[in-house]
Ligand binder design. Sequence first.
Ligand code: CA2
Length: 156
Amino acid sequence: MPVDLGKMAKTVYVLNGPNLNLLGTREPDLYGRATLREVEKLCRTTAKRHGLAVQFRQSNHEGEIVDWIQEACAKKAAGLVINPAGYTTTSIAILDALLTMEAPVIEVHITNIHTREQFRRRSYVSQAARAVVCGFGIRGYALAIDGLAAIIEAKD
Ligand code: CA2
């Protein structure tokens, strides 16, 4: 039976890099007290308001994140939000995967990486990002989805 793509909710991927599974359990002064599960809920609530479905993932493994970016492309995701965490400043593999995406990519960081150590300030991922949100705590994820939704709606 043919699938009517027009009637299916568009999907956005929200990908989280290494150690973000620890959110809410360590370094609360820096990253806050909310857990990744709460971030997921925030993303789902925000996306729902825009009629978007969410694939929410976290991995400590670079290649798995690359696989998920390729999956988002193959499944024609409407957009992708990524907090690459420690891979932000090291991963050409993640950058290359993101550069293959036609859908808009938004980079998110919980902290303001520009007020932290020098080594955190240079992001490879930013080269593939339509926009970067940093320093709003976990609210940045909701802001990223709101922004992504506006870009997606403007395209329709
Ligand atoms: O501010 C952000 O969101 C970061 O992407 C977080 C990364 C860091 O390497 C980036 O420079 C900025 C670190 C994620 C580690 O997450 C933890 C969460 C709670 C406790 C410990 C680590």
